[in-house]
Design a protein around this ligand. Structure first.
Ligand code: OAD
Length: 238
């Protein structure tokens, strides 16, 4: 029997990693309540005070290394494995918890904290240690420009063409753990609705800004709601 949904796209945000101990951005006590975006997450901030920007990402890199995937990450990996159709996860998260849980068809649209990039030679390298402005690029030895492989505010997210193609063909779009504040990801639901008749689902702790645009909504902690949803989907009940 053909799969009910042949092309599933799942957008994830910080909420899916909250139960792994990683802070979200806009919840009470979230990252943006403690740090100013324009001091740590823009190209201008990096030019002005690279040490401060490195300190911010060094702290977050250490936390990611200590964190473990939770039931929601594992449920999405199980879906990819068990579902007959294609399942893609497009994540705004820079942690590696989806891949550690087993997801393979995965796009990191905001970059990856366990990678660094050298603007001088273009190298993108796996990186687990702290960075400083004095860290030389291991590929070309240039000092002073190695940066986290992260999309900062004002920069273009990665792989937008591939994402747009997946959104055009998808027949099920699921948004998990994202507040709907940051574009272009916050606009994916509108693209999906414009493109056709895909089923649209929001799984979140609280309703997002785009709540009204989703047909099916389930609210609760991702570690509970996502596995429940995946089991229903695999049983043909969605
Ligand atoms: P936000 O912090 O804006 O939103 C997190 C969402 O997760 C909120 O809607 C919460 O209700 C929900 N949430 C919290 N705990 C949850 C849980 N246990 N289970 C399920 N949901 C939970 O984070 P994002 O929407 O991911 O970008 O933020 C988008 C982008 O803004 C990030 O990728 C980052 C940030 O600035 C950059 O840094 C470029």
């Amino acid at each position: 029997m053909p799969a009910a949904y042949e092309h599933i796209v799942i957008l994830t945000g910080a909420g899916i990693s909250a139960e792994s101990g990683l802070d979200t951005f806009r919840d009470k006590n979230g990252i943006w309540s403690k740090y100013a975006i324009d001091e740590v997450a823009t190209p201008q901030a990096f030019r002005r005070d690279p040490q401060k920007v490195h300190d911010f990402y060094n702290m977050r890199r250490r936390r990611v290394r200590e964190a473990q995937p939770n039931a929601a990450h594992y449920a999405l990996a199980r879906l990819e494995e068990a579902h007959d159709g294609e399942v893609w996860v497009v994540t705004q998260n820079v942690d590696d918890l989806h891949e550690r849980a087993g997801s393979r068809r995965l796009i990191h649209m905001h970059g990856e904290i366990l990678k660094v990039r050298c603007p001088a030679c273009g190298a993108v390298l796996h990186w687990e240690e702290d960075l400083t402005p004095e860290t030389p690029c291991p590929a070309c030895d240039t000092v002073g420009c190695l940066r986290p492989h992260i999309v900062w505010f004002g920069e273009m997210p990665f792989e937008m063409d591939a994402i747009e193609r997946r959104l055009e063909e998808c027949d099920l779009f699921v948004s998990i753990g994202t507040s709907g504040n940051v574009y272009p990801a916050a606009g994916f639901i509108q693209s999906v609705r414009r493109n056709g008749t895909a089923q649209t689902v929001e799984l979140n702790l609280d309703p997002s800004l785009g709540e009204d645009l989703f047909t099916l909504k389930l609210y609760g902690p991702a570690g509970e709601v996502v596995p429940m949803f995946v089991e229903r989907l695999l049983a043909g009940q969605v």
